[in-house]
Design a protein around this ligand. Structure first.
Ligand SMILES: Cc1cc2nc3c(=O)[nH]c(=O)nc-3n(C[C@H](O)[C@H](O)[C@H](O)COP(=O)(O)OP(=O)(O)OC[C@H]3O[C@@H](n4cnc5c(N)ncnc54)[C@H](O)[C@@H]3O)c2cc1C
Length: 486
């Protein structure tokens, strides 16, 4: 009889694990257990009656690298190639990103001119930061905060303004607490290997172009989409019906292949039986499985582990996550003062306000019937949620909506009231790889190996929070379990 693999957690990581488990010869019996009423986790899109789409979670996926190519390959296989909405390299949403500093919007510098002369909000030409990186000695610590790393290599302004803002945009996190080794491994390795981040990145990409470096530099699965993405230099892509189209298509694909997809099945506890199999206790009964793939947030898995795995649970609990309020706004008859992807706000300017995404610039197809409407998403909170808005479990939507509208008025000069608004508070939605995260993940790996636990850990808590990273973690775990898939 084929062994049974239970995948716990029906976000993109769990669904991608099921997808890879069903590929190749002799697939195991696969069972997906999801606590909530729906599949997709943070991939959530509201589709309005007039065709407008509002994203409450991820809104763009990057096509680059092996993981980006693998995701596009999966998208092709799911029959979604025709639904992909690309943002090509010459599009304003690819070229223009802004910072809101000292009460004004500033385009993030690009091109030679910005390197050679000071461009606000920076008081010195960025050339000086580049020279500093080329001349400074390499760091020797096994890990460092992103802020300390950027300060040492590029100077205070780059660390306080640019790097601080980018960490708020990507992780909703504080660059003074986050680990450079775990959040930006390429930058960390570049410095360690070549003494300079810029030199290391330049030589690394030359090696990749030359095909050197073996597996670490593999390109990912080729598809018509990945070839187009390279030719047109896509910066990101979405799907016509919104990001939630991806978990919906995965669920359909999996059902057709006999995967049992069960919602309303919260995992309460895990227990090893005498024969080595797992017994999973759910809200209303138990199931047994030969192997468990956990696609749960680290803290949720910790809560379900048996007493014998207390040391593992302790490590998992040390991986925190921050909450974000996502406020979608739609306006009619107004225009943005600038055009681009959106703007980020450094923590020194306003801790609570992470940034504003100009959704209708990148994806006007999501405007619906009111093609001239403007859709924005205001991101609030992150590592500053508690101090700004109190307990995310009880945060009321009205103050968050007012805060978001005030930001749009102050920072974008849009005085009109929105015609539509949606407020979502996502609790503990983005894991934080704080200083020493690499040691925690190493200890977790060691525990699983030493105890020969038939348990794989995948998802955003461990080795990358992007959708691509989550899918890649699922693929890697399945390959470790069953060997390379077709
Ligand atoms: C607001 C926001 C914006 C983002 N923007 C982007 C972006 O633009 N691009 C990008 O690439 N990434 C983005 N990300 C990151 C990315 O979306 C997430 O990291 C990714 O979706 C996480 O997927 P996951 O499957 O690992 O976890 P989750 O989506 O958290 O899925 C875990 C699942 O487990 C279930 N679960 C929990 N406990 C139990 C239990 N005990 N038993 C059973 N099931 C349980 C949950 O209900 C959930 O469905 C964003 C994230 C957020 C929150």
């Amino acid at each position: 009889m084929a062994p049974t693999v239970a995948v716990v957690g029906g976000g993109i990581s769990g669904l991608a694990a099921c997808y890879h488990l069903t590929r190749g010869p002799h697939p195991p019996k696969v069972l997906l257990l999801e606590a909530s009423a729906r599949l997709g986790g943070w991939l959530q899109s509201t589709r309005a009656a007039d065709g407008a789409v509002f994203e409450h979670g991820p809104r763009g996926i990057r096509p680059g690298g092996a993981a980006g190519a693998d995701t596009l390959h999966m998208v092709s296989e799911l029959g979604l190639a025709g639904a992909v909405l690309p943002v090509p390299g010459d599009h304003p949403a690819s070229r223009n990103r802004f910072l809101y500093v000292a009460g004004a919007l500033h385009k993030l510098p690009s091109g030679l001119g910005a390197l050679l002369r000071p461009v606000p909000p920076f008081s010195r030409a960025l050339l000086w930061s580049g020279l500093r990186d080329l001349l400074a000695p390499a760091g020797t610590e096994p890990d460092e905060s992103i802020h300390a790393f950027a300060l040492r290599r590029f100077g205070r302004e780059v660390a306080d303004i640019a790097v601080d803002s980018v960490c708020r945009g990507v992780f909703a996190g504080d660059c003074r607490a986050l680990s450079v080794r775990s959040c930006f491994p390429l930058l960390f390795q570049a410095e360690r290997r070549r003494r300079s981040v810029l030199l290391g990145l330049a030589l690394g990409s030359a090696e990749r172009r030359g095909g050197g470096g073996g597996n670490a530099h593999r390109r990912g699965a080729e598809s018509g989409l990945s070839r187009r993405a390279r030719a047109e230099r896509w910066s990101q892509w979405s799907l016509r019906g919104g990001m939630e189209t991806l978990p919906e298509a995965l669920a359909e694909f999996l059902r057709e292949r006999g995967v049992e997809l069960r919602c309303h099945q919260r995992l309460r506890s895990l227990r090893r039986c005498h024969d080595g199999r797992w017994e999973l206790t759910l809200a209303d009964g138990t199931v047994t499985a030969d192997h468990v793939v956990s696609a749960l947030p680290a803290a949720a898995l910790a809560a379900a582990l048996p007493a014998e795995a207390a040391a593992l649970a302790q490590e998992l609990r040390r991986i925190p996550a921050v909450s974000v309020a996502v406020v979608n706004l739609q306006y009619e008859g107004v225009a943005l003062p600038v055009t681009g992807f959106g703007h980020l706000v450094p923590s020194s300017e306003d801790g609570a306000l992470l940034g504003i995404v100009y959704d209708s610039v990148a994806f006007p197809e999501h405007n619906g019937a009111a093609a001239a409407s403007l859709r924005l998403t205001v991101m609030l909170g992150g590592a500053w949620f508690q101090q700004s808005f109190g307990d995310p479990a009880t945060a009321a939507p009205e103050p968050l909506l007012h805060r978001a509208q005030a930001a749009v008025r102050e920072q974008l000069g849009l005085e009109a009231a929105p015609t539509r608004s949606i407020v979502r508070v996502h609790q503990a939605c983005i894991p934080q790889y704080t200083l020493g995260h690499w040691q925690r993940t190493e200890r977790i790996g060691r525990f699983l190996a030493e105890h020969r636990l038939p348990l794989s850990l995948i998802g955003a808590s461990y080795s990358g929070v992007s959708v691509n990273d989550c899918i890649a973690s699922a693929k890697a775990a399945v390959e470790r379990l069953l060997g390379p898939r077709s």
